[in-house]
Design a protein around this ligand. Structure first.
Ligand code: URA
Length: 191
């Protein structure tokens, strides 16, 4: 396992897949290094590629609102992605790209030791929870893997495309809030 500094240096110089050729910035991930809760999206979009920060575009604004609904402070969680470089035209990251990148995420999880991992959308859920994960049916359900509680919610981009799905996501967020209250020590100031 690498230290944060070693991992960061390796990531920003990474040439393991073709996304390195078109990226402007590697989006390493952002937030607390002792986070009890990690959110994992799919891959950087245009704004993230330009700034090097995860979830700062339209989907990121909605994610901020979703966190605020359950009083979660973005600085107290960690937000990352399945792939750290932008797939051209925001296409789904290819399996080879995810495979090239996943050890960086594994190393981040090993350093952070979160109690809860929340997959944002189908791509992260299929890689991190189970390959046949059905996001429309199985969002909001809880799974345990290696002592970590895992769930998936709809990706904020999917909610931007179809706002009728927001009420179900609100229920999932309430479930997440209850799980945090049950398991986490310092995620909320009052805990
Ligand atoms: N969508 C993602 O999956 N990740 C980001 O960082 C931004 C948009």
């Amino acid at each position: 396992m690498k230290t944060w500094d070693e991992l960061y240096t390796e990531c920003i110089n990474c040439q393991k897949c073709a996304l390195a050729e078109t990226r402007h910035n590697v989006v390493f991930g952002d937030g607390a290094r002792d986070a009890e809760v990690m959110f994992i999206g799919e891959g950087p979009g245009e704004q993230e590629d330009l700034t090097g920060k995860p979830f700062v575009g339209r989907a990121g604004k909605l994610l901020d609102d979703m966190l605020a609904m359950i009083d979660l402070d973005r600085n107290k969680v960690f937000i990352g992605n399945m792939v750290k470089c932008r797939p051209p035209q925001n296409r789904d990251p290819l399996n080879v790209e995810q495979e090239a990148c996943i050890d960086y995420l594994r190393n981040q999880v090993a350093l952070i030791k979160p109690k809860i991992i929340v997959c944002l959308g189908r791509i992260a859920a299929m890689k991190l929870i189970k390959p046949d994960f059905k996001i429309t049916k199985e969002h909001g359900q809880w799974y345990e893997k290696a002592g970590v509680q895992m769930t998936a919610i709809l990706h904020p981009s999917a909610l931007l495309r179809d706002p009728r799905k927001r009420p179900e996501t609100y229920e999932d967020l309430k479930g997440l809030q209850a799980k945090i209250k049950e398991l986490c020590d310092h995620t909320y100031p009052t805990n």
